[in-house]
Every structure is written in structure tokens, then in C-alpha cells.
Design a protein around this ligand. Structure first.
Ligand SMILES: Cc1ncc(COP(=O)(O)O)c(C=O)c1O
Length: 415
């Protein structure tokens, strides 16, 4: 009698998933929804003025381009970069921190070069949070704080800030303290001057944030991408590291600085983080495994940029933003928006006009849709950033002054 082995059971595997679950947990990318509307207006032959994206329209100052030109011709720069940052770049970042904020940082322990601050912001949670841990994000906010937390398998507690508080956190809010007290809650994000609100935080606000983070054993991550676009005094935009009790060697914090907006270098991808050695170390370790740093020639050009942060070209750019800000504030007020003049940053943040149908401020998607459909002007709805901003709109100042003026004229003609 012949014996036959039974065929092994067929294992039915589900089809290869198109995406990991963590991607499904991400909120929809805001700009995709606006782009559809913008494309439709362009397809209809309209002259669209895009005040949606915050990407400087002016070129990088020529002294920085010249430095890149020179550095790009050095063969040693064509090899893999110094991935934590060249000595020269980190030393320039330290000089900037000292000259601008009076903060003394050790280049070898407190500083790290980044491929744009988004690189550091997106990778930090992976270095600090375990799956199931939590972070605190004050909304409305740059979306990456939240999505990076989700990508790390952790949960972002989105705390709504409000217009009546100047879009600043209420550190005496018991609900905030309750969240912060949870054992898994380890990281708190701040962004002042803020995207989208343009709100700036005083030294006192940072003092309170540092104190709150200490009390609740949180890492405080501050995003200072807009530090150099201020409209009054530089002191009105402080660094977290100037705060009472924020010592680089003892306080577990990190601050992100970017060359993108200060020097019109968004495409170059260069920034740095300044923080406690352990926090910098965690971020370095993540980055060791995902990238190889910033092209050395760009770092060389970054040295020239940081050393000339007070150059008249940068002052002139601030003045141009001020002119644009005033145009937009005036234009939006003329159509019934409530606007407080931003003291810093590249955005004007306004409450939508009253909707005659409801007697309340218009829903931001409706208002933004009206501006595209009837004036071919693109803006960003606050609802895309936060519940508390459902009737607010963000207008970017990064288009030519003449185009901004034209956009405001079009708004005036709206019925
Ligand atoms: C608040 C904020 N942080 C960080 C970034 C990222 O800037 P970058 O990666 O160019 O340094 C942006 C970009 O728009 C931003 O608005």
C-alpha cells in the first residue's frame, strides 16, 4: 500500500496592503483639497493669485549664492557630508544663537544640522516616543507635529488654543495638566511665531512653558522657524533657551531653527536644532539611520548666511513683508474680516466676515471657496488646522507686493 503525504493546507494570505495602517491614521493633507479648487480655477482660464502657500517669492540673497558657488567647486564637498553638521556650520549656528539670543551653545553637544527643520520635527518623535506614548500639540498648528507623533506609533493630544487668548496655550487649564500628567505623555510642541496664526510668544510665555514642562516631565520642543521675520524689535521673538530655568545641559528641550524663511532658502534644505545633549542625541540616532546629512557646500553657504543674519538685505526683506502685511490687514478689514496685526511671521490670520445667512462668521471652507471662485485668490481655511479655527483664514505674504495689492483690490470688488 502506497502512502501519500497529505498536501499542506493552502494559506490564504490577504493581498499586499497598499499602505501601512499608520498612514491611514494620518489626517488628510490640507493642501491637496485646496489644490483641486486652484487647478479648477486655472483650468477655467482665471489669473489665480496664490496666497495659500508660505514659500518666499524672493531669491536667496546673492552673497549666499556666491558662497555656494565657491563651495560647490571644492571636490571634498562632493562626498558624503558631515551628517551631524560640519564644524564650520555648527560653529556658525552657535555664533547665531549667541549674537541673536545671548544663548551659549556648545557645537559638539547642543547643536545638530538638519535637512530643513521639517526633518528634525518629523523625526524627533521617533527618537523620543514609544508606541502608545503621547505628545501635546497646540492647535491650530503646523500639521507635522501631529503627523510625526502618529508616524511614531504614538498619540497626539491636540489642545485647541483660542483667539481670545492670542492663540497661546493656557498653562493653568486643568485639562491640559491632566493630559500632561499621564505617564506616557512625554513631549510638548510649541510654535511661536506661529503658523498659521502669526501669534508670537513673549519671554514670560516661554518661562511658563518651561516651568510646565519641568513640572510634568515633558520634553519641550519649540519650533522657531520664523524667528527673523519680526515687525517690531528682535526681542519680541525670544528663544526658549532664554527662559528662566532653561539650561541647555539640564532642561530636556529642543528648539528648531531654519534658514528657509530668514534667507529665502526653502529649496536648499538647511536648518539646525539646539537642545539638551540627550534630546539632540536621540534625534541624531534616528537620523543616523535615515539620511546622510546636508550637502557640505550648502552647509558652507549656511555659514555665510548665519553670520550675516543682520545683513541689510534681511532687514529690507522684513520691511517688504511689513508693507505686504499692512496691505493684507487693510484689505481684509475692508471686507469685514476681524484681523489683529501680526507682530511676526509670514502670515495674516483673520476671522471670516459675518455670513448673512447665519449672522455668524462664515465657515472658513465656504469663505476660501468664495475667494477662489469669485476673485481667483487662494487662501487657506483655518478649519484645516483646528476646530477652534473653523471660521478663520490664513493669508500668506510670500507673493510679490503688486500681486498682493491686486488680490486685495479683487476682494474689495466682491459682493
Ligand atoms: C511652523 C513651521 N515649521 C517648520 C517648517 C519647515 O520648514 P523647513 O523644513 O523649510 O525648515 C515650516 C514650513 O512651512 C513651518 O511653517
Amino acid at each position: 500500500m502506497s502512502t501519500r503525504t497529505a498536501p499542506s493546507p493552502v494559506v490564504v494570505k490577504p493581498p499586499v496592503p497598499a499602505r501601512a495602517d499608520r498612514l491611514l491614521a494620518l489626517p488628510p493633507f490640507l493642501f491637496n483639497q485646496i489644490d483641486d479648487k486652484k487647478r479648477a480655477a486655472i483650468a477655467a482660464g482665471k489669473d489665480v493669485i496664490n496666497l495659500g502657500v508660505g514659500d518666499p517669492d524672493k531669491p536667496t540673497p546673492s552673497f549666499i549664492i556666491d558662497a555656494l558657488d565657491k563651495a560647490a567647486r571644492v571636490p571634498a564637498n562632493h562626498q558624503y557630508p558631515d551628517c551631524y553638521g560640519t564644524k564650520a556650520f555648527l560653529a556658525a549656528a552657535a555664533r547665531f544663537m549667541q549674537a541673536r539670543f545671548g544663548v551659549k551653545a556648545d557645537p559638539s553637544r547642543h547643536l545638530l544640522a538638519l535637512i530643513g527643520s521639517k526633518d528634525g520635527i518629523a523625526h524627533l518623535p521617533m527618537g523620543l516616543l514609544n508606541p502608545g506614548d503621547e505628545s501635546i500639540v497646540f492647535a491650530p498648528a503646523y500639521p507635522v507635529y501631529r503627523s510625526a507623533t502618529i508616524l511614531a506609533g504614538a498619540t497626539a493630544n491636540v489642545i485647541q488654543t483660542r483667539g481670545e487668548d492670542g492663540w497661546l496655550p493656557r498653562f493653568d487649564d486643568p485639562a491640559l495638566a491632566q493630559t500632561a500628567r499621564r505617564a506616557g505623555c512625554k513631549l510638548m510642541w510649541m510654535n511661536y511665531p506661529g503658523n498659521p496664526t502669526g501669534a508670537a510668544a513673549s519671554r514670560e510665555t516661554f518661562d511658563r512653558a518651561v516651568q510646565f514642562a519641568k513640572e510634568h516631565r515633558l520634553v519641550l520642543a519649540s519650533d522657531l522657524a520664523y524667528s527673523e521675520i519680526y515687525f517690531d524689535r528682535p526681542e519680541s521673538v525670544p528663544s526658549m533657551w532664554q527662559s528662566e530655568g532653561a539650561d541647555l545641559d539640564t532642561f530636556p528641550g529642543i528648539e528648531f531653527h531654519s534658514l528657509s524663511k530668514t534667507f529665502n532658502m526653502t529649496g536648499w534644505r538647511i536648518a539646525f536644532a539646539v537642545g539638551h545633549p540627550d534630546v539632540i542625541g536621540a534625534l541624531r540616532q534616528v537620523k543616523d539611520n535615515v539620511d546622510s546629512g546636508v550637502f557640505n557646500a550648502i552647509q558652507d553657504a549656511g555659514v555665510v548666511a548665519l553670520d550675516r543674519f543682520n545683513d541689510p538685505a534681511i532687514g529690507a526683506m522684513r520691511e517688504e513683508y511689513r508693507v505686504r502685511r499692512d496691505l493684507v490687514v487693510r484689505g481684509l478689514r475692508a471686507i469685514g474680516c476681524e484681523v489683529s496685526e501680526p507682530r511676526a511671521g509670514i502670515f495674516v490670520w483673520a476671522r471670516c466676515p459675518i455670513d448673512p445667512a447665519t449672522g455668524k462668521p462664515m465657515d472658513s471652507w465656504k469663505f476660501v471657496g468664495k475667494l477662489i471662485d469669485e476673485a481667483a485668490v487662494v487662501t487657506v481655511p483655518g478649519a484645516g488646522f483646528a476646530e477652534s479655527a473653523a471660521s478663520w483664514v490664513r493669508v500668506s505674504l510670500t507673493r510679490e507686493t503688486g500681486r498682493i495689492s491686486e488680490a486685495m483690490d479683487r476682494l474689495k470688488r466682491l459682493t
